[in-house]
Each structure stands twice: as C-alpha cells, then as structure tokens.
Design a protein around this ligand. Structure first.
Ligand SMILES: O=C(O)CCC(=O)C(=O)O
Length: 304
C-alpha cells in the first residue's frame, strides 16, 4: 500500500515518467519557506543564484526542512523504496516576466549515476502555471533511451552549462505540468523535459530535489556526496552531515566541498558520450572540472 501516492499515481509515473499534481505543503508552510528565502534575498539585495541555489539544504533551514519533509519523502518512498538519499537540489527561479528557460534534456546524461533510478521532486513555492513557465515533458520518453546532448550556455538558461538536446524536439511542446504553490511533480531521470519563460507578475519558484535509492552507485572518477534522509545508507557516496547551523562559515565550508564534488562530475561532460565521464582525463584536462577532480581524488572517500 503506497504511503502518499495513490496506486494510479504510481502507475502514471511508471508509464509516463512523471506524475503531478501531488499535494505536499500547507499554505502556511509555503508562506514560511518562501518568506525565509525572500528575507535572505532582501538582506543580500539580489535574488538567489549559484552557489546558494544548488544544494541549498546544506545552507538554509527552509531547504533542510523541505528535503526532510515527511509528505515529500512518503511520496518518494512509494517509488524508490525505504533507503533514500538526496543527491542534489536546485532552486529553479524565474523572475516575473523573464524569458528564463531550460532546453529539452534528460537529467541522467549528466548525473553520472547507475542504475538510472534518480527521481526529481519539483516542489512549487509559488504557482507554476503554463503562463509562468511550468515544466513540459514528453510522455513516456523515459523509455526512449539516451539522446545526445550538447552545451549551449546562455544567461537565461537556468542550467549552468545550458545542456540540452539539439535538433530533435525544438518545436515540440510536450505535456505541461502545472502545479500550484504547495504541490509537487515527480519526474524520472531519463524523462525528456524543458520549460519556457515566465509571463506572469509573480516569480516562479520551484525547489527541485534529486532523490536516489541508496543502492544506486556513482559512476566516474570522483565520489560525490549525498545526504541520507530516510532508511540506511549503502556506503556508495561520501556522507553529507545534516545542516545544524544555517549560513555559518562551517555550513558554507561543507556546502562548498559538496558542490566541488558534484560540479567536478557534472562539468566533466555527458555520461556515455564522447567527452563524457568515461573520457574525463582526456577531455577535461584544461577545465576547472579537471582541477576539481585532481583536488578531490586526494580526499576520495573522506567525509564532507
Ligand atoms: O524548473 C524548471 O523549469 C526545470 C527543472 C528541471 O529541469 C529539473 O528539475 O530537472
């Protein structure tokens, strides 16, 4: 018996590669998470950006509470089973009336995990309507295999290197995945998905949490870190410690170490493609990623 999803929702996820909307947060919770984030942004005088918007659960109380939220974890457990790690998170933020977007892509091509069992819980902290640039997906594409990706960096692309699939789905619209504040969608790591700009007067805030079952293994030359949030760890990742004091120098140091590990892998290229992690030593010699790999291999397996 599922813990939070209905059997029909579990079937939909299996068949389509995504499922929505799933109610997870009360209006009070949405208000408190969003106001904590926006109070921090007000103090710094700018919207959240890298590095804080990546793996935010190692820096902010609101994000720590979200990745441990029992309703989110219950829904994720319905798909992944009882031993659950957070591999990464990204706050996908589109300011009001901006053309921020992501290209058609598959997360698995640059997450460097095997098998492909990672799931993203995309939790809406504001309404993500079609007009606000909610996610779009190609139903069933999680079963179509891996597509070749390339990098097209662009300031308006919310994914750092602008990863995406060229020339295949450029004109496609896909199925929209609108969610209201407090709801989430779940999508499979092999699903082809994208999103367009925000044409509304509110910012669009989606906290995308990448959960993996603890038996999944990292591939590639650097052991990345992950946070155990339910059940037991299987020892395949450097274990992150749960945040105990938000935004302190200690929290920033742990966050920086975790991000360095993640980026060294992510910036090494695409899994299974020329220039991907299998060929890291050759392809990434002159990049920051290569330097990161060099530094981190010295501390392989050390705790973050
Ligand atoms: O928030 C978006 O529009 C894109 C999110 C995304 O690509 C993801 O969560 O994998």
């Amino acid at each position: 018996m599922p813990l939070h999803l209905t059997p029909a929702q579990v079937d939909t996820y299996d068949r389509e590669g995504f499922v929505f909307p799933i109610d997870v947060l009360s209006p009070e919770e949405v208000r408190s998470f969003r106001s904590e984030l926006e109070e921090w942004e007000r103090q710094r005088g700018a919207p959240i950006d890298f590095p804080e918007k990546s793996k935010s659960y190692l820096l902010f109380d609101w994000a720590d509470r979200l990745v441990h939220h029992p309703r989110i974890l219950d829904a994720v457990q319905d798909v992944l089973g009882p031993d659950i790690l957070v591999y990464r998170s990204t706050l996908f933020e589109k300011e009001a009336r901006t053309p921020a977007y992501v290209r058609w892509h598959q997360d698995s091509t640059y997450f460097h995990l095997s098998p492909h069992l990672h799931i993203t819980a995309w939790v809406a902290l504001s309404d993500a309507s079609v007009a606000a640039g909610c996610m779009q997906a190609l139903p069933g594409s999680h079963r179509w295999g891996a597509f070749e990706h390339d990098d097209k960096p662009d300031p308006m692309n919310m994914i750092k290197r602008g990863q995406g699939i060229s020339g295949r789905f450029d004109e496609a619209q896909g199925s929209f995945m609108p969610v209201q504040a407090g709801q989430m969608s779940l999508h499979h790591t092999d699903l082809v998905h994208a999103s367009a700009g925000n044409d509304t007067d509110d910012r669009r805030l989606g906290y995308a949490i990448s959960y993996i079952p603890a038996h999944v293994k990292p591939t590639g030359p650097v052991v990345p870190s992950a946070l155990r949030v339910r059940g037991r760890s299987h020892g395949h990742f450097v274990e992150e410690a749960r945040l105990h004091s938000a935004l302190t120098p200690d929290a920033y140091a742990r966050h920086g170490e975790a991000l360095a590990r993640f980026r060294a892998l992510q910036d090494s290229g695409f899994q299974g493609q020329p220039g991907g992690s299998g060929q890291l030593a050759q392809s990434a010699k002159s990049t920051d990623a290569a330097q990161g790999v060099k530094n981190l291999n010295g501390t392989r397996g050390a705790s973050a």
